[in-house]
Design a protein around this ligand. Sequence first.
Ligand code: GCW
Length: 670
Amino acid sequence: MTIPRLTDAHPAWLPPEALRAVGSRRVLVLADESALAQTVRAEVADACERHGGTVAAPGGEFDLVLALSAGSLPPVAEAMKGQEIGDEGFVLGRRDGVTAVLADDPAGLLYGFFQVVRLGEEAFGADRPAEAHRPALRRRMLDHWDNLDVHPVMGQVERGYSGGSIFWRNGSARADLTRVRAYGRLLAASGVNAVAINNVNVHATEARLLTDRLGEVAAIAAELRPYGIRVHLSVNFASPIALGGLDSADPLEEGVPEWWAATTKRVYETIPDFGGYVVKADSEGQPGPFAYGRDHADGANMLADALAPHGGVVFWRAFVYDHRQDWRDRSTDRARAAHDHFAPLDGRFRDNAIVQVKYGPMDFQTREPVSPVIAAMPNTRLAVELQVTQEYTGQQRHVCYLGPLWSEVLGFRFWGHGERTVADVATKGGLIAVSNVGDDPYWTGHPLAQANLYAFGRLAWSPGLDPAALLDEWIGLTFPGGSEVVRETLHTMMDGSWHTYERYTAPLGVGFMVRPGHHYGPDVDGYEYTPWGTYHFADRDGVGVDRTRATGTGYTGQYPAPWSEVYESLTECPDELLLFFHHVPYSHVLQSGTTVVQHIYDTHFAGAEEAAGIRAAWEKVEGEVDAALHARVRERLDEQVRSAREWRDQVNTYFLRKSGVPDEHGRRIY
Ligand code: GCW
């Protein structure tokens, strides 16, 4: 096992400097010969080689010991025994000048190693009582929407803003997968332990990864395995027809489940630690069980049964809605769709069928209420899906730190105070996110978008972490030795950037207003008369979607109390979601005291101004951060400022022209 050293990619949160504290110590590793333990040894040896430390021999002196609890232990580690550790967990403590990490399994040792890296010199400072760290969620996964081939419009990675795929090139797996190994390393250091390596829209070529092109999947799995990352594959529900030569993919027809069982068996013969499948069915044109009059439990259970003997799982996406809606029809509501389809199926899914639910009822908008499906299926293993790739949040041209958004979602309580959060529900299934990584030298196009990837992994490990603290953690690792100015500037630019982005884009939770197709930049009516179910219903009198039970689509009724009442009520509904739930006149007064239309003007002027402020702040660190990185960020910030102004002017102008209500402050609107 060799530690990947990349010369053509930015080191992200693992620059050599970030390993100086560990690498300049005497480090003892007491572990077995498993692959993950070998990785820990190799990491320690590599860091010591770079920074002048030594790999200590048993019996010798050491400053840090990383040990598996089963073996015989030096006193400092022995003393930490007795704490409950568990899968992938570790105990970390320091006493008498020695730091110790104790784990029950090699994965825990690897995560403990990266915790020491995160702490840096702090890990070798004052004594610290032994403290147990355990992942709150067992499944912490990134979905890649990567295709093998380059699509003429979408590019290679669907909704990817970071170049081509790190896995695939020219229609097959890359010959040199060093970058994939390095990716696995970064993910392990953030807490992620699973990856799906192809798009959920499974086209003809990609479908074959399941069968005759499985060798390519195995090659990628081999690169990720040393960092404890399991590979998953997105599969096409119609595979029995396309790949198996059957004339049906009906889950209840003889021959179809048998085909899946045999195919899955072959997958595990090739990749024994294969994670399982991801399925997008009956959604945006992907085939599914509806074609045979079956439901989603029938479909998911067939795949679950094929995977069960091998310990695999199927992630079955709940993103099912009618994308051929008639905009004239105000009774059909896309927001209702996932709950309408899935809630009645609660209790029918196999134990290894995980229903994967987007955090909001629509589609990764800047602001949405939390999906009611998350509260509606207590007898199902649910995973919650986030989007790290910034499809609707600036496409990695805008700075938009999403930690605060995710943290709000994960901490949301459906049943009132003191009860279960979204994160608690997700412990059964997992936390999943669409990756923002590509073959760009900075991994994520916008260098500062790396923070989103990092924060996702950390929140999947521990959803209660403070996103502002995670931001500082990321800054500290990525810009080691950065001055106070660097750290403060980055923090100020990024911490509030989600709210800034929200201010200059679609107002009050109404969503979309983006250019159809590529989804970048403003187009207020872009989706207003399309079949996608994404409307704001603005007219001369008012704006918003009536989703109440009293007079609207009844969507509010999908929530348990108290939210069903809070969202139904015009006076109690939180301002930031008002237009998601209600159609109101422009003169409607918000809880904040301003009218809806004045709020639109105010936030759009403020948001564009804040974007300009973020741009200006970056000048302060010129000369203090790497010049190429500085230039790349500057170029993106210029575009953000331009785009924010465009948003401001189009949205304000649209509402001024619709409503005829002038801005109270007489600012320029066109
Ligand atoms: O929002 C839509 C995106 C599609 C994506 C889909 C999904 C992979 O625009 O590009 O398809 O969501 O989540 O399946």
